[in-house]
Design a protein around this ligand. Structure first.
Ligand SMILES: Cc1cc2nc3c(=O)[nH]c(=O)nc-3n(C[C@H](O)[C@H](O)[C@H](O)COP(=O)(O)OP(=O)(O)OC[C@H]3O[C@@H](n4cnc5c(N)ncnc54)[C@H](O)[C@@H]3O)c2cc1C
Length: 502
């Protein structure tokens, strides 16, 4: 199974190809769902089970996006801590968010029980720990916020990961699973319930015509009443691209020499934070640890992010072998809450779900519930909390200004900073570089055999200059996170058209 990067994640071998290759001409559906990650597959299944006729279309294969590159902790707390949600949105909103986390976790458990899914689901205690006094101030605020919304949080002496800590808190009843074992069965159930699933089919645009939606895809048009963009970030050009910043996060799955794998989930409070879990695959145990996040396209050498993560892990654990390493993308929303509901500025009845931060297993499941309720019964109790068109003071102040400045910096500086290259031969094999050649900026990749593959370096979304990602072997746009393969094909939206081959 393919993923949106060159490196293999620990989950990938469980991905399967399903579905039909072609669209049935003139077929009509109640709902088109674009994207077969946790959001799209869960939403499609829930709607189809309610008797809504659905088609799920995936640009590549199931799990191609972040659901195949996640670490799949199932938490009742979020990257945006409850104390911040209380401060920005009020206590009732924070309590509703906590209720949503609970509901989404139950929904996952119900699916596992109902469809008898063997996806290595296990309940674990979560441990948050502070490594210095600054982190400890944050941890104390987290404890207070959790208590206000009713998420049990207890101080404890022992950090099960053995990392020396100022303070450790235990949050019971968290969980973990194998994301693709879970999604594979949900997808099968969707197809068995009469749902249509088409792979290698990208939705490129949608328009309203005569009270119905016409979705243009790479395999023809689809007519429907409603459309859900479960694409992690909606494609095309939208205000939400200015309210969500794309980030890369780095993960390693390692074997330990001492064979002592804590049955727990762990998180320090570094900025960016590190996260840990343990997983058994083919009777071998691995500690899976992640972190070293940065804005997509913001670093010149992605290998250094792996190096830092590796050094950090060697410092704290007795590592025998790093068996897997990969990176993946997430979207940080401007005010800390996801955007789920009607797509702002889009035709009516076109929905989106984005801005999950590193919490999309739970928030993607919750989004599926919210959207399936809006579509099937007309409303959801979470609708206003996640309204994509909301304008919040916190979003408009710091974050949006910071992100817009970052986009402008990349738009201007990256275009001027492109190097002249005297000889294409100067480029190492299996590497890429944006160069200035006779006044044109070119994205040049030299393959293992020394052949050059030359693309236009302007991102097809909003024309920022793409950057080479030496680890995932991709061209990444630092402005809104679109990513392209060595051949220029779209790996991540919002771009919908490939980089032009020259
Ligand atoms: C390293 C890392 C670790 C993480 N760990 C956790 C964790 O422990 N717990 C947690 O809760 N969350 C975690 N997250 C976040 C979580 O994994 C994601 O939020 C979640 O997987 C997003 O799911 P999705 O279905 O919305 O998007 P995706 O899984 O990205 O799926 C979107 C799909 O849409 C397809 N697509 C895109 N555009 C189109 C189009 N135009 N037409 C058709 N198809 C299209 C893509 O090919 C893709 O398959 C992590 C994220 C990262 C980066």
């Amino acid at each position: 199974m393919k993923r949106d990067g060159q490196l293999e994640s620990i989950w990938q071998s469980e991905g399967k190809h399903y579905g039909q290759e072609n669209l049935t001409p003139d077929a009509r559906f109640d709902v088109v769902i674009a994207g077969a990650g946790i959001t799209g597959i869960t939403c499609a299944l829930m709607l189809q089970k309610k008797g809504v006729k659905c088609i799920l279309v995936e640009a590549s294969n199931m799990g191609f996006g972040t659901s195949g590159g996640t670490t799949a902790h199932l938490n009742s707390f979020f990257d945006t801590p409850y104390y911040q949600v209380i401060s920005h949105f009020g206590l009732d909103a924070a309590k509703l968010l906590a209720q949503g986390a609970n509901e989404a976790h139950h929904l996952i458990k119900d699916h596992i029980n109902l469809y008898q899914i063997y996806c290595d689901y296990s309940v674990r205690n979560g441990y948050l720990f502070s490594l210095d006094t600054e982190q400890d101030k944050t941890l104390q605020k987290i404890i207070a916020g959790n208590q206000k919304v009713g998420v049990d949080t207890f101080e404890t002496k022992v950090n099960p990961f053995g990392i020396p800590s100022v303070r450790v808190v235990e949050i019971p009843n968290q969980a973990q699973f194998h994301p693709l074992k879970y999604l594979r069965i949900l997808l099968k159930e969707f197809i068995n319930s009469g749902g249509t699933y088409v792979e290698n089919c990208r939705v490129t645009s949608v328009e309203k015509e005569d009270h119905q939606l016409v979705s243009t895809t790479t395999k023809g048009n689809i007519i429907s009443n409603q459309l859900v963009y479960a694409t992690h970030i909606p494609p095309g050009r939208n205000i939400l691209h200015f309210r969500n910043a794309p980030y890369r996060s780095y993960v390693m799955a390692c074997k330990l020499k001492n064979g002592s794998y804590p049955e727990a989930l762990g998180y320090d409070l570094s900025k960016p934070y590190h996260y840990y879990r343990v997983h058994s695959l083919d009777e071998k145990q691995f500690i899976i640890a992640g972190g070293e996040d940065h804005k997509t396209g913001d670093v010149n050498h992605t290998s250094e992010s792996f190096e830092r993560l590796g050094n950090y892990l060697h410092h704290h654990f007795d590592i025998e072998e790093i068996s897997y390493q990969w990176s993946s993308q997430f979207y940080e929303s401007a005010d800390g809450l996801p955007y789920i509901g009607q797509l702002p500025g889009g035709p009516e009845k076109v929905y989106c779900a984005t801005g999950y931060n590193g919490d999309g297993m739970i928030l993607g499941t919750l989004a599926a519930k919210v959207l399936s309720d809006i579509i099937s019964v007309g409303s959801s109790k979470y609708e206003n909390l996640f309204l994509p068109s909301r304008v919040t003071p916190v979003a408009e102040s710091g974050n949006i200004i910071k992100e817009t400045a970052n986009v402008i910096k990349h738009f201007v500086v990256d275009k001027l900073a492109v190097e002249k290259m005297m000889e294409l031969a100067d480029l190492e094999n299996d590497q890429g570089k944006v160069i200035n050649h006779k006044g044109n900026r070119l994205a040049v990749y030299k393959d293992a055999n020394g052949h050059h593959h030359i693309l236009e370096s302007d991102c097809t979304h909003l024309y920022c200059t793409v950057k080479w990602n030496e680890e995932e072997k991709s061209w990444d746009c630092p402005c809104h996170g679109s990513r392209f393969g060595r051949d220029g094909k779209v790996l991540n939206g919002p771009a919908v058209t490939p980089l032009k081959e020259l």
